[in-house]
Design a protein around this ligand. Structure first.
Ligand SMILES: O=C(O)COP(=O)(O)O
Ligand SMILES: [Mg+2]
Length: 220
């Protein structure tokens, strides 16, 4: 449909497309257990997600007694191995996502992903959930030399999706900053892994459910 105001809708992954908190928490706790640290609850880990798995591990270590660099280096491969083997045990798309993607498809809008998750992990997770083939581009935290909040992942996502007016949907300050840096409209999902109230993230708009996404975008 030619009068829809966006040609591309981009999405963050963790906390935006997919609720990955339980599987990421299990991976952090696997790493913590290797050095006899106590496990963390999912509620504590959720706001640690968004800058990549290594950052999440550092935060998990800090919360349980300290994050010496050597310990992070040693545990990070263990965390990744565990996570890759258990990547979609509990992880599922947020409610209404599939229907929203169907509506965007029907409007001829391209959908794409820019995540700080490693690209291989993002492709594996999206593949297991049947979402990978729906995405015109999947840019990961290690795809380029820089990650969100830099503009480049958003700009690469737009270029690989064929270019055009873009909105970016996310759940963190890094998503909002990356969208602003790239000059595109930002939408915050209130159901994501927020580290502060949604309104304080500085996004252009907030949605409470995926049912609101297409009507919101259509009116912009
Ligand atoms: O922290 C991560 O692993 C990536 O998070 P993102 O998909 O929210 O960018
Ligand atoms: Mg996120």
């Amino acid at each position: 449909m030619s009068d829809f105001p966006f040609r591309i809708v981009g999405f963050d992954l963790d906390g935006t497309l997919v609720d990955t908190a339980a599987d990421l928490t299990a991976a952090v706790n696997h790493a913590l257990a290797l050095i006899d640290r106590a496990p963390l609850s999912e509620a504590v880990v959720r706001p640690m997600i968004g800058l990549g798995a290594r950052h999440m591990l550092e935060q998990g270590l800090l919360a349980t007694g300290g994050a010496e660099e050597g310990v992070v280096d040693r545990l990070y491969p263990d965390l990744l191995r565990y996570y890759e083997a258990h990547i979609a045990v509990h992880s599922r798309p947020f409610p209404g996502l599939t229907a929203a993607l169907d509506r965007l498809d029907a409007l001829g809008v391209r959908t794409a992903v820019a995540t700080n998750k490693a690209e291989g992990m993002a492709r594996k997770l999206l593949g297991e959930l049947g979402l990978a083939d729906r995405m015109a581009a999947i840019i990961g935290g290690d795809t380029l030399a820089v990650r969100k909040p830099a503009a480049e992942p958003i700009l690469a996502m737009i270029a690989q999706s064929g270019g055009g007016g873009t909105a970016f949907v996310g759940d963190s300050i890094f998503d909002v900053m990356a969208a602003k840096n790239a000059g595109v409209t930002s939408i915050i999902v209130r159901f994501g892994f927020l580290d502060r109230p949604a309104e304080q993230l500085g996004g252009d708009h907030v949605i409470d459910h995926y049912d609101e996404l297409v009507p919101l975008l259509a009116g912009l």
